[in-house]
Design a protein around this ligand. Structure first.
Ligand SMILES: Cc1cc2nc3c(=O)[nH]c(=O)nc-3n(C[C@H](O)[C@H](O)[C@H](O)COP(=O)(O)O)c2cc1C
Length: 261
């Protein structure tokens, strides 16, 4: 049976574009079926303003077996409701233990009706040492294909949202906790090569959590959650991690992550 959906408000975060490509593909399928889809970047959205009459979509990358703290905060701050339909999709390199099950628990406790969850494999964006363009194109093509299928599954009321209670709670525990992000920051934080920096402000504009302050040069304020935007999009490769060789990974242009959809 076909779901009777008229409006979808799709809240997403994408560090380097993988998730945005999935979201855009799903939007295309929904719109082909006469649904009005509005995209909202999570980093610029207020969860208390979510329209509970519309279907809510959530999309984000997996990070440390969970997702970024500001994405958790957004989901945890959604208002109480009665039977608002909700679905989620995440993108990941290999494996996530904690998001699907744990988010189901959170949204159910809010009174939402979970209508489907999907994890879609995309390329690794965490400091890859090399990049094989053909392989990446193929992964993206498959990812977008799966995104289109998932959108069809939602439309035809056959999507699933599974939950493995104990495992997902254990895994999600870590990415929600400050200590894990502090450990990552201690292991290595981004540095700036002032000779390369052209003070273009792109890193400051892209940082979803306002962790970059523009003084004479960009300054990192110490709450980075490694979403990879600044380091991946710096046009001068002026942002780096000491002793780590990497290739900048980006699946879309910087403007696409900054523009309104
Ligand atoms: C800090 C960080 C942690 C990550 N942790 C995981 C992980 O636990 N499991 C996994 O499969 N992929 C992990 N990834 C890979 C991303 O989830 C994947 O590349 C994702 O598609 C990136 O989406 P985006 O381009 O929309 O930011 C991680 C990436 C980053 C930057």
């Amino acid at each position: 049976m076909k779901e009777n959906i008229k409006n979808i408000d799709f809240y997403y975060f994408s560090g380097t574009g993988n998730t945005l490509l999935v979201v855009k593909k799903m939007k295309e399928v929904f719109e082909d079926n006469g649904i009005t889809v509005t995209l909202f970047p999570i980093e610029k959205s207020d969860p208390s303003q979510v329209n509970l009459q519309h279907v809510i979509g959530l999309a984000f990358p997996v990070a440390v077996q969970g997702t970024y703290p500001f994405v958790w905060d957004f989901i945890k701050s959604l208002p109480q409701t009665e039977n608002t339909k909700i679905f989620m999709v995440d993108t990941l390199q290999k494996f996530s233990g904690g998001v699907v099950g744990n988010i189901k628990k959170i949204v159910k406790n809010k009174g939402c009706e979970p209508i489907g969850a999907k994890e879609i494999k995309m390329s690794n964006n965490f400091l890859p040492e090399s990049i094989d363009e053909d392989k990446i194109d193929e992964i993206i093509r498959k990812g977008q294909e799966e995104a289109a299928e998932f959108a069809q599954d939602i439309l035809h009321n056959r999507a699933e949202w599974k939950r493995v209670p104990v495992i997902s709670d254990i895994f999600s525990f870590f990415s929600k906790k400050n200590f894990i992000w502090n450990m990552m920051r201690k292991a290595g934080s981004w540095q700036l090569d002032e000779e390369k920096c052209i003070k273009c402000y792109l890193c400051e504009r892209m940082c979803p959590i306002h962790n970059i302050k523009m003084n004479e040069y960009p300054e990192f304020l110490g709450k980075c959650t490694f979403c990879m935007r600044c380091i991946s999009f710096c046009p001068q490769r002026a942002i780096f991690l000491p002793d780590k060789d990497f290739v900048q990974y980006r699946a879309v242009k910087a403007e696409e992550l900054l523009e309104k959809h």
